[in-house]
Design a protein around this ligand. Structure first.
Ligand SMILES: Nc1ncnc2c1ncn2[C@@H]1O[C@H](COP(=O)(O)OP(=O)(O)O)[C@@H](O)[C@H]1O
Ligand SMILES: [Mg+2]
Length: 362
């Protein structure tokens, strides 16, 4: 079988970078085009070629993606940024027809129900899953519903964007005043019951095939710093795994997905579902649960979706450094492209001193 030609988007984020790492781990010969809207994204230089794309909401986005896919004869697109999942779900058919590449993304309805945390909670409630009680309101003093929620469950409450990422804009409020200020600060605030505590947070990757049949799950208890998982303990959590399967089925998601929960007295309660690979993709690939490899096998080669099992253990995230020569930095800044196969000397002078051995992850 020939080496896969894959575009990974969001290579400036730990989501995209995790996908690239997991991909090279399973397919060392893969040809990877790293894409991102930020010209300074470091992930470009870890790939075979780099491509600056417009933001997902930009009118130029579909044509720019189509051109990039054609230029590099890409077979498969893996999404590594939050905003691109709903956009790609809508463009999937058109882009697949225009370019012949396959885009691994779920149906529009399921993706939208995940991106909007209020809709997520409503769907889970209707399906009989454990959900976080939530309301949307921008004027808490006036809203009868807000007063009711406060009376029913009391403070603290969580205020966060209805659609967000990386913990941006997420706050805990303990008084009516704080609640009013926190909701006023957000364009589309969601008020949610506060679940569990910081030591009871779990992130679970769930992988379903194109038809929505779930191939496997892996759960990690995690610690977050600034919206990023820094320590993840991989273990066996049957109650969480079973609830995650119900959640993904309730939403109708297929392909890669991620369920975030906290353990409470009523069991594991979901507060977010991501309709894509998550920030812990490389962490679980290291443990043997490589959903990126499974997605390539399934979407590209028509194999049954197969993954795992994961080795129990702890994965710790830490900082690393990479040196990129000035001319290569300047080239992508000026042209929006970092050359691929056409330039065999590509990558000369790029250097990294990985603490655990250069190239280990590849
Ligand atoms: N209802 C909640 N109860 C307790 N903590 C929450 C709740 N919602 C969010 N959080 C905390 O805030 C973090 C970010 O919230 P999340 O809904 O996952 O948004 P994001 O899309 O930014 O990741 C969570 O990982 C969790 O630690
Ligand atoms: Mg989250």
């Amino acid at each position: 079988m020939s080496a896969p030609r894959v575009m990974v988007t969001g290579v400036g984020s730990n989501i995209g970078q995790g996908i690239v790492k997991a991909l090279y781990l399973a397919y060392p010969d893969a040809y990877v085009v790293g894409a991102d809207a930020d010209r300074n994204a470091v992930g470009f230089f870890a790939c075979n070629a780099g491509m600056v794309l417009p933001l997902a909401g930009d009118v130029q986005y579909p044509d720019a993606v189509a051109r990039a896919l054609g230029d590099h004869s890409v077979d498969l697109v893996l999404i590594g940024s939050h905003a691109e999942a709903p956009r790609m779900a809508r463009l999937r058919e058109e882009l697949e027809q225009r370019t012949g590449a396959v885009i691994a993304v779920g149906p529009v309805d399921a993706v939208d129900a995940c991106i909007d945390k209020y809709r997520t909670a409503q769907r889970l409630r209707a399906a009989g899953c454990h959900y976080a009680r939530s309301i949307v309101s921008s004027s808490p003093r006036l809203s009868h519903q807000v007063v009711q929620l406060v009376e029913q469950i009391g403070f603290p409450l969580v205020v966060k964007p209805r659609s967000g990422q990386g913990s941006r804009g997420v706050g805990i409020v303990r008084t009516m005043d704080q609640l009013e200020r926190a909701t006023a600060a957000l364009a589309e605030p969601l008020i949610q019951e506060y679940l569990g505590d910081e030591d009871s947070e779990y992130t679970t990757a769930v992988l379903a095939d194109r038809a929505g049949t779930i191939a496997g799950t892996v759960t990690m208890r995690r610690q977050l710093v600034a919206g990023t998982t820094v320590v993840a303990e991989i273990g066996d959590h049957p109650e969480i795994a079973a609830e995650c399967r119900r959640v993904i089925r309730a939403l109708g998601l297929c392909g890669p997905g991620n369920v975030q929960m906290r353990m409470t007295e009523r069991g594991p309660v979901t507060f977010e579902v991501n309709p894509r690979f998550s920030g812990t993709t490389a962490m679980r690939a290291l443990a043997g649960w490589n959903d990126v490899a499974a997605v390539v096998g399934h979407y590209l080669h028509g194999e049954p979706m197969q993954v795992g099992p994961a080795r129990p253990g702890r994965v710790t995230r830490f900082y690393d450094e990479v040196f990129v020569p000035a001319d290569e930095v300047a080239e992508i800044a000026a042209t929006g492209r970092w050359p691929g196969e056409s330039r065999p000397e590509r990558g000369s002078g790029i250097d990294s001193l990985s603490l655990f051995g250069p190239g280990r992850a590849r």
